[in-house]
Design a protein around this ligand. Structure first.
Ligand code: GCU
Length: 414
């Protein structure tokens, strides 16, 4: 049974999981039952959306007063002439003189008239995606030490190319755009005053105290939307066909971005685990309590309305993560796990997608999950409205994941 111990030991035994009852996605807080799309859109969706803001991810940030796009570099024949590569700085500017920027790396497939696009964020800096030394080093606001800068310039170049199968993505006709998540919110407890929050709050106050009711996941999701704002201005891109993707904590963020921004027609959620696609009530692998109270990352990833007591008792929360996935309907969502990534609870990730299907069905969407039990490893279930895929291997985002996401995007966009 679930124990409150320090350090908390993760449970990996299904027989040790508590019995749980999920909140009914189609029953409103006042007990009325959703029967139509109109009931869903007018009543249940707004109330659930507000609950996820209150309990988990915080309020949305507004738009900056002004945005300016500065092209820093452009290469027309990158990746053996497969792509146009552009580095562009998004300047967020306020009328009171405050500003903040994020550097986007964009690849557009050559020879495609209007390319659909995948939008994401990187761990560390953009230079992890390619060993090309002409790329700018980004994400340095995470750690401002000289040592980190040198490491970013050297060891981090091409450090995660396996996560960016650039040529394969270009060959399938998709554009790809991403920025370092540290440019939006440096991933540390005191990241607030170096983050986009400084546009909207007093920097000195942010350095002393986080703003109540906000989160870093909220900022990362906001950043994904700002990248899409830019993509809407690029003539070679079809921003009506935009997907958002993310791995791990950035999978949690892509899920929230997909919920908040209806311009994302496909949300790709990879190994997002607890606080992402995995059901909180299952208490298998990572839990809200371990994330929030023990290794403490939850304290800035989530709103401060979450606390140790609430995190310890997910059965008392008014929501669970299947309802978050449901908020994406009728747009598409693809949930991925990895067979060895038990910390993220693959079965719990599958079940969220499965239970979210009732909302997708209200819209007449039938390409959803119907099995009720996680399919075998490397076998895709569902389709363009809701799909699930468990890749063989560990916690990562690899070509097999990309191929499945692109298959789902093909179904939606082509
Ligand atoms: C940790 C954390 C997860 C998170 C992951 C990541 O494992 O416990 O919740 O998804 O880091 O983002 O890499």
């Amino acid at each position: 049974m679930y124990k409150e111990t320090t350090p908390w030991e993760a449970n990996y035994d299904v027989n040790e999981m508590p019995a749980y009852t999920l909140p009914d996605v189609l029953t409103c807080q006042d007990g009325t039952v959703v029967k139509t799309v109109e009931d869903w859109e007018k009543k249940r969706r707004p109330e659930l959306f507000q609950m996820f803001k209150d309990v988990m991810y915080g309020e949305r940030l507004p738009l900056p007063d002004k945005v300016r796009y500065e092209i820093l570099s452009e290469k027309k024949d990158d990746l053996n002439n497969l792509a146009l590569r552009r580095e562009v700085r998004l300047h967020f500017e306020m009328n009171n003189g405050k500003s903040h920027f994020a550097d986007v790396l964009l690849y557009i497939p050559n020879g495609v008239e209007k390319a659909p696009v995948f939008t994401g964020l990187t761990f560390m800096g953009n230079q992890v995606a390619s060993a090309d030394k002409s790329l700018r080093v980004t994400g340095l606001s995470f750690d401002k030490s000289e040592e980190y800068r040198i490491k970013s310039e050297t060891e981090m170049r091409g450090f995660q190319v396996r996560r960016f199968p650039l040529e394969e993505i270009m060959k399938r006709g998709y554009a790809l755009a991403f920025a370092s998540y540290h440019d939006i919110f440096p991933d540390r407890e005191d990241g607030w005053s170096d983050s986009v929050y400084r546009l909207f709050f007093d920097e000195k106050e942010l350095a002393e105290k986080r703003p109540s009711g906000y989160s870093s996941i909220g900022a990362w999701a906001w950043g994904l939307s700002r990248i899409l704002d830019y993509l809407e201005t690029v003539p070679q891109i079809d921003a009506e066909k935009a997907a958002v993707y993310g791995h791990s904590r950035l999978g949690k963020s892509s899920l929230w971005a997909g919920v908040c921004d209806e311009r994302f027609k496909l949300t790709c959620v990879n190994d997002s685990g607890c606080g992402g696609a995995a059901l909180s009530r299952r208490l298998f692998g990572e839990t809200l309590y371990s994330m929030y109270a023990q290794h403490t990352i939850g304290r800035w990833w989530f709103t401060d309305n979450m606390d140790a007591e609430k995190a310890l008792h997910p059965e008392n929360l008014p929501l669970d993560q299947h309802e978050l996935v449901a908020l994406i309907a009728p747009r598409g969502v693809s949930i991925h796990s990895a067979s060895e990534d038990r910390w993220a609870d693959p079965e719990g990730e599958y079940l969220s997608g499965f239970h979210a299907g009732r909302v997708s069905k209200l819209y007449g969407n039938n390409d959803i999950l119907t099995g009720g039990k996680k399919p075998a490893t490397n076998v895709s279930e569902g389709g363009k409205h809701i799909s699930y895929f468990e890749r063989e291997g560990g916690h990562d985002i690899l070509l097999a994941d990309w191929n499945h996401y692109m298959d789902m995007a093909d179904q939606l966009f082509k």
